[in-house]
Design a protein around this ligand. Structure first.
Ligand code: ZN
Length: 155
């Protein structure tokens, strides 16, 4: 990874860890799911407010490491205004960015905007699940599941 991207990564993670965006619960009428990453102990609750097929608002609560917090914070920002289909496509691109081959990751970067800084995580395989926890949890909120999403399944 280019050193400027690495610096940007550290900067962005720090910023979102200190000042998490959309860190709040949502009340009735929102879709919600809980996630747990047993490898690190991260916990996240993701809230989505959907209007027909569009995510109008997204927020989270959680306790976890800086990567899981920053990832949830940035994800909630990125989801607002997107449709379900777009949100799931973004999840796929994000997942590819940190677990795919360098060629696949290059292609994913184009769809990800600011989220591309998480490319830094691919250098630390043990932290991949910290970064994807919020996304897995978002997906189960979209699917309306009430079960806890864990990162232990094949992902
Ligand atoms: Zn973690």
């Amino acid at each position: 990874m280019a050193s400027e991207l690495r610096e940007l990564y550290q900067e962005v993670i720090l910023d979102h860890t200190r000042n998490p965006r959309n860190l709040r619960a949502m009340g009735q009428g929102s879709a919600r799911a809980e996630g747990y990453n047993p490898l690190c102990g991260d916990r996240a609750t993701i809230y989505l407010r959907l209007e027909q097929d569009t995510i109008r608002d997204a927020s989270f609560e959680g306790k976890g490491c800086s990567i899981s917090t920053a990832s949830a914070s940035m994800m909630t920002e990125a989801l607002k205004g997107r449709t379900r289909t777009e949100a799931l496509a973004l999840f796929e691109a994000f997942h590819t960015l940190i677990t795919g081959s360098p060629e696949q990751a290059d292609a994913a970067v184009r769809e990800l905007g600011k989220l591309k800084v998480f490319a830094g995580v691919s250098e630390f395989p043990a932290r991949v699940k910290c970064a994807t926890l919020a996304w897995h949890t978002m997906r189960s909120a979209l699917e309306g599941g009430s079960e806890t999403a864990t990162t232990t399944e094949k992902d």
